[in-house]
Design a protein around this ligand. Structure first.
Ligand code: MLT
Ligand code: ZN
Length: 473
């Protein structure tokens, strides 16, 4: 599709210069993705102030065949919010649609607009004595609209599920400008197809989410957090089972951290210190939480870690004695991606396998890396509680970045083929964007691809929504 200057002039006349921005300084930040993998060129930036303006905008772009790239906090790992280099695509930011429309403590629900920053949402829920459990390292800048569009995962999935599991209703502007408004806050609604679910995780390729009705939960009042040294991933998986059973399924987070992540974060992130004195090949950051203040989770966690120590599953542990110590544990974990970037070139894999299979996957994938890859160090960490592992690699000290980068395709293929053999996913939480379009075409069963293409044609017949993302054109 093309968008001559005539269309842009008409769009500016339609919505005004306050909404349609063309200044280079405003476009520049939108034209590179979070990981600096892609450099695009935007036709313009649209900053609608109301849902009606989003509707007017999309109806125009639909008629004029102008590509629209929805843009939220730009924290995508897959280039999902970056325009292509043609200079013909309109970047659509909802940062001006950022209201908290309602918080209903009695119904345990809230309605927020897509441009609302995740941390703001969390704070609004807490102010009403409720808990919105989606939690990501980027929560200070990512927008709930982007979290919905990518079905974000994060740190609390083991207990609360992915973003999809937190949605009660959505308001969506369809590619032709029509409004799908189903901001229901009922828990049960079996009236036909579950249309809202189509848009969660669609990465802006089927329409523009402008608001969401979201589930809230009781605020955790008793929280126990520990940084635990374990000898191997299998011990971590067995410890997870012990804690889930002993705590009445109060495990909120369960993260696997390798020793190299401690080395990288203490080296590159000011203020990070190793939680334990002695090194260990692996660690687990685990957190139990309960809405009951008197649950005694600290004593329970300490007791269970003692039993796990006796069983040889744990070699050392430290429980957070204060909120400050708890935050320090989490800051270490959430700093791993930044520490990797500061250390040099890195390859990222965001994969998932059934939790019980994770140790075997790590074993087989690590063996392959040792045998087939040079100039790299393995940095495998992540959300063991839900089977999602970031099987990343960094350039080895003293080696050129190009040496690792030259092996990227070979490594990606081997890791994703192995994940496929384990019945897992080659993209657990980061989505497809632009960087994994070929992977989706390779691994998704043909019938799934046919259905996705049929849905895309039905909802976006002119292909204006986020062209080149998720599905092959
Ligand atoms: C994380 O779990 O740290 C994020 O998904 C980012 C990453 O993959 O590095
Ligand atoms: Zn992650």
């Amino acid at each position: 599709m093309t968008a001559g200057n005539g269309s842009l002039a008409r769009l500016e006349a339609l919505l005004g210069a306050d909404v349609i921005r063309t200044a280079a300084a405003e476009l520049e930040p939108l034209q590179q993705d979070h990981r600096r993998l892609y450099q695009g060129r935007a036709l313009a930036l649209a900053l609608p102030r109301t849902v009606e303006e989003v509707s007017t905008l999309l109806a125009f772009c639909h008629a004029q065949r102008i590509g629209v790239v929805p843009h939220a906090g730009n924290t995508s790992y897959c280039g999902g919010a970056t325009p292509d280099a043609s200079g013909t695509q309109l970047v659509l930011s909802l940062r001006r649609l950022a209201a908290i429309r309602a918080v209903d403590p009695l119904n345990y629900s809230m309605v927020a607009e897509a441009g609302c920053i995740l941390a703001t949402l969390q704070q609004a829920a807490a102010a009403a004595d409720r808990f919105f459990p989606l939690s990501l390292g980027s929560e200070g800048s990512c927008q709930i609209g982007g979290n919905l569009s990518t079905n974000a995962g994060g740190l609390n999935v083991v207990r609360y599920g992915m973003t999809r599991d937190l949605v009660l209703g959505l308001e969506v502007v369809l590619p032709d400008g029509r409004l799908l408004s189903s901001l229901s806050s009922v828990r049960k609604d079996n009236t036909g197809y579950d249309l809202k679910s189509l848009f969660v995780g669609a990465e802006g390729t089927l329409g523009v989410i402008t608001a969401a009705s979201l589930k809230l939960f009781p605020l955790p009042r008793d929280v126990a957090t520990a940084f635990v040294a374990v000898p191997r991933p299998q011990a971590a998986v067995e410890l997870l089972v012990r804690l889930r059973e002993a705590s009445g399924d109060r495990v909120g987070s369960f993260e696997l951290v390798p020793q190299i992540a401690i080395d990288l974060t203490t080296r590159h992130i000011p203020g990070i210190v190793a939680p334990l004195d002695r090194a260990s090949p692996w660690y687990v950051l685990c957190e139990l939480s309960s809405p009951r203040a008197d649950e005694g989770l600290g004593v329970l966690l300490e007791t269970e870690l003692g039993r796990a120590f006796e069983a040889g599953l744990v070699t050392d542990a430290v429980l957070a004695q204060s909120e400050r110590e708890r935050q320090a544990f989490w800051r270490l974990r959430e700093s791993v991606p930044t520490a990797q970037t500061r250390d040099g070139a890195s390859l990222k894999h965001d994969v998932s396998v059934p939790v019980a299979q994770l140790p075997a996957f790590i074993e087989q994938a690590s063996r392959w890396i040792e045998a087939q890859v040079t100039d790299a160090v393995l940095v495998a960490y992540g959300h063991v509680g839900d089977g999602n592992l970031h099987f990343n690699l960094n350039q080895a000290p003293g080696t050129p970045a190009e040496a690792l980068q030259a092996q990227e395709a070979k490594i990606r293929r081997a890791i994703h083929d192995l994940v496929h053999d384990f019945g897992g996913s080659f993209s657990a939480e980061h989505g497809i964007g632009r960087s994994k379009v070929e992977e989706l075409a390779r691994y998704a069963p043909p019938v799934e691809l046919e259905l996705m293409q049929a849905i895309k044609r039905a909802l976006d017949p002119h292909g204006i929504m986020n062209p080149g993302k998720v599905l092959q054109p």
